[in-house]
Design a protein around this ligand. Structure first.
Ligand code: ATP
Ligand code: SKM
Ligand code: MG
Length: 172
């Protein structure tokens, strides 16, 4: 498949802006946008946090894997996956092999400034101390190491980041 036909997959730690920026990029490129968390929430008619409580994380992770692996081969989609999707080897391999994977990067300080916006809706953060969240933040960076493009999002507006992504996509 030509690079320009490949779907784009946004990865990165929860709260870096995958949903926000993915949506803007899709709209600017006039492509379909799929947010995996949102698809699963619609299927279950409940937020991810409730799916975790009622059905367990394993059920969520299995659905996340089946959705992503079936979408990754489609052309020209813009897909934002959940922050934990790349924990699964099969998801990583499929996305890296079939799509253009863009890592949205954010410093720990930048992330902490956003914590209030996400703390109540991300079950993985529930009950964690700041130190435990910091540990998770650094531990998770290992799963994001493999990607095709890395974009820093610190102190930058989502629209501006989307424009930079579109520029950089033209040069890979
Ligand atoms: N560049 C930015 N500057 C400031 N705030 C931002 C930026 N990008 C996203 N946000 C805000 O940060 C919060 C988290 O963003 P978003 O939901 O897009 O993250 P996410 O990466 O999709 O997280 P998750 O992995 O949990 O799905 C939202 O309230 C969003 O409005
Ligand atoms: O980082 C994670 O493990 C998660 C991130 C969110 O996008 C959701 O997919 C869910 O809350 C799990
Ligand atoms: Mg999201």
């Amino acid at each position: 498949m030509e690079n320009r036909d490949k779907s784009i997959v946004f990865i990165g730690f929860m709260g870096v802006g995958k949903t926000t920026i993915g949506k803007i990029v899709a709209s600017k490129l006039n492509r379909d946008f799929i947010d995996i968390d949102e698809v699963i929430e619609k299927e279950y008619s409940m937020p991810v946090s409730e799916i975790f409580t009622k059905f367990g994380e394993k059920v969520f992770r299995e659905r996340e894997k089946s959705l992503i692996t079936s979408l990754a081969n489609q052309q020209q989609k813009i897909i934002s996956v959940g922050g934990g999707a790349f924990l699964q080897e099969e998801i990583r391999q499929t996305c890296l092999g079939s799509c253009t994977v863009i890592l949205l990067d954010l410093s720990l300080d930048g992330w902490k400034d956003r914590l209030d916006l996400i703390i109540d809706s991300r079950p993985v953060l529930k009950g964690k101390s700041v130190e435990e969240m910091e540990e998770l933040f650094y531990k998770r960076q290992d799963i994001y190491i493999n990607h095709h493009l890395k974009i820093s999002t610190d102190s930058r507006d989502a629209n501006e980041i989307a424009d930079q992504i579109i520029d950089e996509l033209n040069s890979i």
